[in-house]
Design a protein around this ligand. Structure first.
Ligand SMILES: [Zn+2]
Length: 381
């Protein structure tokens, strides 16, 4: 049995999976003889999922850099290809994914006009879906690893367009599908979830979820969807990028180069345990390992949060109470509204939920700015 099946069928392939994006953790950065990463043999804090990207890590990532118990997801680099105007060959990407990952996402033609900053509609949208399907078919033909899982990416910006793309792309040979939530409001995750509940019966991965408030809705979907759900996020990496130490969602300390006070870690995660005794010195000397440690702490915080959400999934009152303790009223209300939509869909059917919440979805879809930001916001926090 392959590793994926082993994990899947033994129930260890969790109901929902937080998948941190690999952001520059490939080089060795040790502290107290342990590596500041989560996927290596000597990691300070071992964790079991990672998303790599052949566009960014083509030359720096190899499968054997991660422990065997880490499930390695690989993006296709399609978004980066569009953004940078390069021409990546989908066969090369697929071969790289088979060598270096356990789950790969298909290389898709994103239906987005980069000059006009708008999604294609009509025939052009269908053309992109057809081209994406052809590219996936090329990959099915050369697939050599039985235990490598291949997911098809579904594009679109509302339920109707997701369905339209899916009807062209769908193929039994896909082991799962990737979906996206177009805007920053958690309700966008609920919209995508309605499509998932209505049409899909395979593992599903939410691409570029970014902020944690949206990931809570992905997690909540697992209550009503019988297949594994995963989502990737790079938001933890504010440690490396901005020297941010996250305490609660939307509440973090910023560690400055010339900060001359103590910073007291507020948690007992392995990164903080290693960091605590030497943090003053590291901050003063602007130690190159500090950013990685802060990111690892932030990641640990996200993992902890996902575990808490999992334990509260089946008690809506408790979950709402918990959300209140970590978010302000405005974000809390937005998350709760998204969860209400999924509860409604379970109780009254997906079609009825789509009809009932249509006016709300229409209001949100007018926010073009949100869509644009999200398309290019895979490192959005
Ligand atoms: Zn910590």
């Amino acid at each position: 049995m392959s590793k994926f099946e082993d994990i899947y069928f033994n129930g260890e392939w969790w109901d929902f999976n937080y998948v941190p994006v690999c952001c520059g953790f490939t080089e060795n950065r040790k502290i107290n003889s342990k590596d500041i990463s989560w996927f290596k043999n000597d990691s300070i804090y071992p964790y079991y999922r990672i998303l790599v990207n052949p566009f960014h890590q083509r030359d720096t990532w190899r499968r054997d850099m991660a422990r065997r118990d880490v499930l390695v997801f690989s993006d296709s680099g399609g978004l980066q290809d569009l953004r940078h105007g390069t021409r990546i060959n989908h066969i090369d990407v697929f071969k790289w994914q088979e060598r270096n990952a356990d789950v790969g996402f298909s290389f898709d033609i994103i239906p987005f006009d980069i000059e006009k900053q708008r999604y294609f509609t009509g025939d052009k949208f269908d053309d992109c879906a057809r081209q994406s399907k052809e590219k996936a078919h090329d990959c099915f033909k050369i697939k050599s690893r039985e235990d490598f899982k291949f997911y098809g990416i579904i594009q679109g910006d509302d339920i109707a367009s997701f369905e339209r793309w899916y009807d062209i792309l769908k193929d039994d040979r896909f082991d799962g599908y990737c979906v996206k939530a177009v805007g920053n409001d958690p309700v966008y995750v609920a919209i995508t979830s309605l499509f998932v509940m209505k049409r899909l019966k395979k593992p599903v991965h939410f691409l570029g979820i970014g902020n944690i408030s949206k990931s809570i809705v992905c997690a909540y979907l697992s209550k009503y969807y019988d297949y594994p759900i995963s989502y990737d996020s790079s938001s933890y990496d504010v440690g490396t990028q901005y020297r941010n130490y996250e305490v609660l969602p939307n509440w973090g300390f910023r560690i400055m180069k010339d900060y001359d006070n103590h910073v007291f870690p507020v948690c007992c995660c392995p990164a903080c345990n290693e960091w605590l005794p030497i943090s003053d010195k590291m901050i003063k000397s602007n130690d190159y390992r500090l950013g990685g440690l802060l990111s690892l702490h932030n990641m640990y915080r996200n993992v902890s949060l996902s575990h808490i959400i999992r334990t509260l999934l089946h008690d809506r009152e408790q979950l709402d109470g918990f959300l209140k303790t970590i978010y302000g009223k405005s974000v809390c209300d937005k998350i709760k509204r998204a969860l209400d939509i999924l509860d409604f869909a379970d109780k009254h059917g997906v079609e009825s939920a789509i009809k009932t919440y249509e006016p709300l979805f229409k209001t949100l879809s007018r926010s073009e700015e949100a869509k644009t930001r999200n398309l290019f916001g895979e490192y959005d926090v």
